[in-house]
Design a protein around this ligand. Sequence first.
Ligand code: NAG
Ligand code: NAG
Length: 338
Amino acid sequence: IVLNSHVSGVMNLFVVYFNGIRLLVDSPQPSVLATRGSSVTLPCHYRYEPELSAPRRTRVKWTWLPANTIATNEAFAEETKVMVAMGNRHRSYGSFKGRVRLRRSAPGDMSLVISELQLNDTGRYRCEVIDGLEDVSVTVELELRGVVFPYYAQKGRYHFNFFGAQQACLDQDGTLATFEQLLTAWEEGLDWCNAGWLADGTVQYPITVPRHGCGGENLAPGLRNYGQKQRLLHRYDAFCFSASIKGTVYYLNYPGKLNFTEASRACARDGGQIARVGQLFAAWKLKGLDRCDAGWLADGSVRYPITNPRANCGPPQPGVRSFGFPAPHMKFGVYCYQ
Ligand SMILES: *[C@@H]1O[C@H](CO)[C@@H](O)[C@H](O)[C@H]1NC(C)=O
Ligand SMILES: *[C@@H]1O[C@H](CO)[C@@H](O)[C@H](O)[C@H]1NC(C)=O
C-alpha cells in the first residue's frame, strides 16, 4: 500500500508497507531555487520503521524530467536517469556525469548535489528508493534564478522557426524559456504583444494590460497561447531565459561615441568582449545594472538597462530599453563583458 501524505503542506512524505515494516521517503522542500554556475542540493531522505537491525539492499535512483517536457507532454515524457546508487556504489549518466553526487550526511540521506548548474538543468527530479519489489519516490522541482527576455531577429519580426529561436537564445547567452519561466515573468509584470517560441514548442505571449490586437480588451490578463506550432514551418519571435554567471557587464568609459565595428574593438582592447543581450538582461535583473546611456551589444542591437526609472530614461517602469538594430555606422556607447 502506498500512502501519500502532505504533512503541513510543505513536507512531502511517502510511505510503503510491506512484511510488517514501513519504508518512508521524504523531501522537506518540494522546490528549490538555485543560481546558474553554483551547486544545489535536492533533498531526499529515507528510513525504515521500525528501525532495522540488519542492513537491507536498498537502491536509490534519481531521474529527471526536463522543464521543457513538463507542461505539454507530461504523460508521454520519459524521465531520464541522473544517478543510481546502491550501498557505496553509484553511477551518473549523460550530462550529469562528473557533476552529481549524493550528500550522505546521515544514514538514509540520499540528497542529490548537482554542481556547475546549467540553464537547461531545470525540471522535475525524482528520488526513488527501491527495496526489492517495493519502491517509493518523492519529486523536487529545480528552478533557476534568472530573467526572461523577448528576442527578435535583426532581419525583423516573426523570423525564427523553432530551431532558429533556439539558436538565437543560445547566441545571446540564454536558452528558450520554459512555460513556468514565462509565467513567472508575467507575474512580475512582463507585457509583450508579440508571440514567441518557448522551450516546449508552444508559441505564447504575456499580457498584463488587456488591449485590442493583443488577444482583445475583454480577455483577462495572462499568457496568450497559440499552442504547439509546426517547428520547421512556422515563424515567430523567441522568449529566452538567461542568468548571470561569473563576470561583469559594464558601460565602457570611452571618449566620444562609436560605430558597431569600433565598439567591438573597444571592448576587446579593454580586455573583454562586447556584451550579449542575455548578459545585459541578467546584469539588469540580478545585479541591478542601471545606466542611462544607449550602447551597442554583440547582436548589433542598441539597448540600455534601467532599474530606477527617471526622467529622460524611458518609460516609468524598470526595464532594458531597446533602440532596435540601428545601422552599424551609427554612433553610440557600448556595453562590454569581462
Ligand atoms: C545544456 O547546456 C549545456 C551548456 O550550454 C550543453 O552543453 C548541453 O548539451 C545542454 N544539455 C541538453 C540536454 O540540452
Ligand atoms: C566605423 O568607423 C571606422 C573608422 O573609425 C571605419 O573604418 C568603419 O568602416 C566604420 N564601420 C562602420 C560599420 O561604419
